[in-house]
Design a protein around this ligand. Structure first.
Ligand code: NAD
Length: 278
């Protein structure tokens, strides 16, 4: 077995104060990686970094920046370089869906209120979701990828989703944006293939987090929605995953264990993507 070669590496985790990516940052810190929690929300970024430093005795810093603003990312890169040196690992975690790009109706027959179907979606919702998931992966890859190419080593890991393989009902923008993330992962992996920089992605299965809770549980009663029941029935392991269950794949992709792996999207999904439903 190869050495992981992660100790003292520097990782930037975008959306690092969120549910999934804070768990991912902790898994990297547990392996001796210096972590940078880059998030729109300064307070939660700083608090997450402080918690990581305390728990794992590994340096961590919280930085406020937007993955949609290149100059704020460049300012963040300078801050990271001054504190920790060049970046070795970029985890593009910031992403999510928006109610403005979500239909109320799954399959329409034409008799519904158009507002509850595809025809009621707001183009601004599409813009928002595409920007956050797709452009929000491209810009950090440009800013932090440039220094990886310069030093001829580095790892970029994108966060995709089950909807990238086959779209999920109700969320056309989020599905298409994550499909774009998969496509871009392959494209950038090839583009960087001779530079020493690897590019891969993780496609998490279903987890309950802030961004999808409103679709999975009734806000008033807390009961699972019909959609929630369908998800469990479509997941051979018959349960939701947890953020911690994504971290083994993350460590594999970030480390030398996957030295010859680039351009893949790995599902971590309790079997969802393998199951036909029959
Ligand atoms: P989350 O909402 O808990 O965290 C997202 C974080 O990103 C937040 O801390 C937020 O402040 C930050 N953020 C938002 N906009 C930003 C911006 N412009 N710049 C920098 N930071 C910004 O999300 P999560 O559920 O932990 O999801 C993390 C990733 O996993 C996302 O890419 C999401 O699409 C993906 N994902 C989630 C699930 C799920 O079930 N929750 C499933 C598959 C994939």
């Amino acid at each position: 077995m190869n050495d992981l070669n992660l100790k003292n590496k520097v990782a930037v985790i975008t959306g690092g104060a969120g549910v999934i990516c804070s768990a991912m940052a902790k898994a990297l810190a547990a392996n001796g990686v210096k972590t940078v929690i880059l998030d729109l929300n300064k307070d939660t970024a700083v608090a997450t970094a402080a918690e990581i430093e305390k728990t794992y005795k590994t340096p961590s810093m919280g930085i406020s920046a937007s993955v949609l603003d290149k100059s704020s990312l460049e300012a963040a890169r300078k801050e990271v370089n001054d504190m920790f040196g060049p970046v070795d690992i970029l985890l593009n975690g910031a992403g999510g869906n928006s109610p403005a790009a979500t239909t109320k109706v799954e399959k329409m027959d034409g008799s519904e209120n158009p507002e509850e179907t595809f025809f009621g979606l707001q183009t601004e919702g599409f813009d928002k979701v595409f920007d956050l998931n797709f452009k929000g992966t491209i810009l950090p890859s440009m800013v932090f990828g440039a220094e990886m190419v310069k030093k001829k080593s580095g790892v970029i890991i994108n966060i995709s989703s089950m909807n990238s393989y086959r779209p999920l009902t109700k969320i056309p923008a989020y599905s298409a944006a994550k499909a774009a993330v998969n496509n871009f992962t392959q494209w950038l992996a090839v583009h960087f293939s001779k530079t020493g920089v690897r590019v891969n992605a993780i496609a998490p299965g279903f987890l309950v987090t802030n961004q999808n809770r409103f679709l999975l549980f009734d806000e008033k009663t807390g009961e699972p929605t019909a959609r929630s029941k369908k998800i469990i029935n479509s997941t051979p392991m018959e349960r939701y995953g947890t953020p911690d269950e994504l971290t083994g794949t993350l460590v594999y992709l970030a480390s030398d264990l996957s030295k010859f792996v680039t351009g893949v999207v790995i599902p971590v999904d309790g079997g969802f993507s393998a199951y036909s439903g029959v």
